[in-house]
Design a protein. Structure first.
Length: 183
């Protein structure tokens, strides 16, 4: 009887798990060591880091993901038609950063377009730390002024579903974030 209760409980739990319980499949031709899997409250998002453009920033994102820094961090600033910002694992409101020093700018000529992942910063170009944003569409006014660190390759429809606000009330979150190659 106890065995059948455990079997019934296991089946109930298995049926109740969200689809994200299974790791999303990576698109072909991406390097798992430079690919981030971000499970959000709206579903999975996969982005490829551009370590060829911004090696220090890409390494910082991977380091913090491996440390669990981004787990349960809110999307604290989400502006319709512009971007969804997250990555403040210290305070969750856009005023914090990691325990590591700020990074020097690694600007490039790669344009900000739909799905581009960029590093957030304060007014100083060399103030990026842990926060990043994903653009909803063309944001060419950021070109050459913010560091491009990646591109969404899967799950942009989930980014589109993130609750808007500045600040966001009852925000969506990064449930977990990891480097795909670390499975």
């Amino acid at each position: 009887m106890i065995r059948s209760l455990f079997a019934a409980l296991a089946l109930t739990v298995a049926l109740a798990l969200p689809a994200m319980a299974q790791a999303p499949k990576l698109p072909p031709n991406v390097d798992p060591q430079n690919t981030i899997i971000m499970d959000t409250t709206k579903g999975p998002v996969i982005f490829v880091l551009r370590n060829d453009l911004a090696p220090q920033h890409a390494e910082r994102i991977k380091t913090l993901a491996r440390e669990g820094y981004y787990n349960n961090v809110p999307f604290h600033r989400v502006i319709e038609g512009f971007m969804a910002q997250t990555g403040d694992g210290q305070y969750g409101n856009g005023t914090g950063g990691s325990r590591y020093p700020n990074l020097p700018a690694e600007f490039s000529n790669v344009p900000f377009k739909r799905g581009t992942v960029g590093m957030a910063r304060a007014s100083s170009p060399n103030s990026a730390n842990s926060q990043f944003f994903i653009t909803f569409g063309d944001a060419s006014f950021l070109n050459g002024q913010y560091t491009v660190i990646g591109q969404v390759v899967s799950g942009m429809e989930n980014v589109d579903k993130i609750k808007r606000g500045e600040p966001v009330q009852n925000p969506d979150k990064i449930v977990s974030m990891k480097v795909a190659g670390d499975k």
